[in-house]
Design a protein around this ligand. Structure first.
Ligand code: PLP
Length: 367
């Protein structure tokens, strides 16, 4: 077996023990004589799986009982619409409600654009002026805001909010698709959190939503049934068939995290991995990390080659790294350069191997 170190931003690496266990259980899970893929989502065997996934998520993230957990479909992108539809709804004849967004990158601005179809969007701050290389100060919400939206970790540009902004009584909503379970997070500071699973949690096809139960309200009749938090919550994420296999893989990932020692241990490892890479970049005269120090992501680390002719060298870097078993290091097509996504499942050996390769590349091509 030959496994590569996969630095993709998503879908991304899963822990090897999870994949091996899924393989062992592929045709017969827990003595049921069935694969999870073949199982009725209403069966007692499946009920154990989905309940265990939720319980582990609650335990690892410290989710209070006053919050609901939903396993939905449609990715982070569906939440860009579901959030305003459910939290900023207007009945016929009522004025559109106000909501505030902070624009910290592509995903944040896509979320705001989608919300503008359903609510009155105010962009309170943006870091577009400097290519989204920092997190701006968060202006106060308007008192009549239905919610305040931030993108906690910006996957494409590699920034992360250094702290949770204080929005007072206005519910804070955050996209945590690329940082869920990467470090401890005080869930009680948020009204709603959402994350597509394919970055740090499991396979594409499942989206986790964590929301304060008192924010769940009735929505207008025009809202598609699958887009209603109230219906999804009343039915335990099983109004229709949920993404059963994906939820099962999430359960295995969470069990793996617990075996590792839980979130604090995983966070410490993530900090160590990111520090190794940023330290190397900050001390290099060949490579450079473009994100401001106070705004750097633990999960997505972009870097470029300094000086003239960098682009050509970058293409070569990505190609030669792939040949050495370090794959998917090209930056997002919108920003170029390189990006190493080092999610929970990336072992520290992968980061060390990347740095060794960078040193060699610099030695061969340094100017
Ligand atoms: C990947 C990503 C998305 C989009 O996720 P989909 O599940 O593909 O819709 C949204 N927000 C952030 C922060 C992301 O990293």
């Amino acid at each position: 077996m030959k496994r590569v170190f996969n630095f993709a931003a998503g879908p991304s690496m899963l822990p090897l023990p999870v994949l091996e266990r899924a393989a062992r259980e592929m045709t017969d899970v827990d003595g049921s004589g069935q694969s999870v893929m073949e199982m009725s989502h209403r069966s007692k065997e499946y009920k154990v799986i989905i309940e265990r996934a939720e319980a582990l998520l609650r335990e690892l993230m410290g989710i209070p009982d006053s919050y609901g957990v939903l396993f939905l479909q449609g990715g982070g992108t569906a939440q860009f619409a579901m959030v305003p539809i459910n939290l900023a709804y207007q009945r016929e004849g009522q004025a559109r409600r106000k909501v505030t967004y902070v624009d910290t990158g592509v995903w944040a601005s896509k979320a705001a654009e989608e919300a503008a179809k359903y609510a009155e969007v105010r962009i309170a701050a943006s870091s577009k002026d400097r290519a989204y290389s920092y997190i701006p100060a968060a202006p106060a919400p308007a008192p009549d805001d239905a919610y305040y939206h931030i993108t906690f970790n910006n996957t494409i540009v590699g920034t992360k909010w250094p702290s949770i902004p204080d929005t007072g009584s206005v519910p804070l909503v955050s996209d945590i698709s690329s940082c869920i379970l990467s470090e401890r997070l005080d869930v009680s500071r948020f009204g709603l959190l959402y994350a597509g699973a394919q970055k740090n949690l499991g396979p594409a096809g499942v989206t986790v939503v964590i929301l304060r139960k008192d924010l769940i309200q009735k929505v207008p009749d025009w809202v598609p049934i699958m887009f209603r938090y109230d219906i999804q919550a009343e039915n335990g994420s099983m109004y229709n068939t949920p993404p059963c296999y994906g939820i099962y893989i999430i359960k295995l990932v969470l069990e793996w995290m617990k075996d590792q020692g839980g979130l604090a241990v995983v966070e410490a490892r993530n900090r160590e991995k990111a520090a190794l890479l940023y330290d190397y970049l900050d001390n290099s005269s060949f490579f450079r990390a473009p994100v401001e120090k106070g705004s750097r992501s633990l999960m997505n680390v972009p870097f470029v080659i300094r000086g003239e002719g960098g682009k050509e060298l970058e293409d070569r870097f990505v190609k030669e790294a792939a040949a050495a078993g370090l794959v998917n290091l090209a930056g997002h097509r919108l920003v170029g350069g390189m990006r190493a996504s080092i999610y929970n499942a990336m072992p520290i050996e992968g980061v060390r191997a990347l740095i060794d390769f960078m040193k060699k590349f610099e030695g061969a091509n340094g100017r």
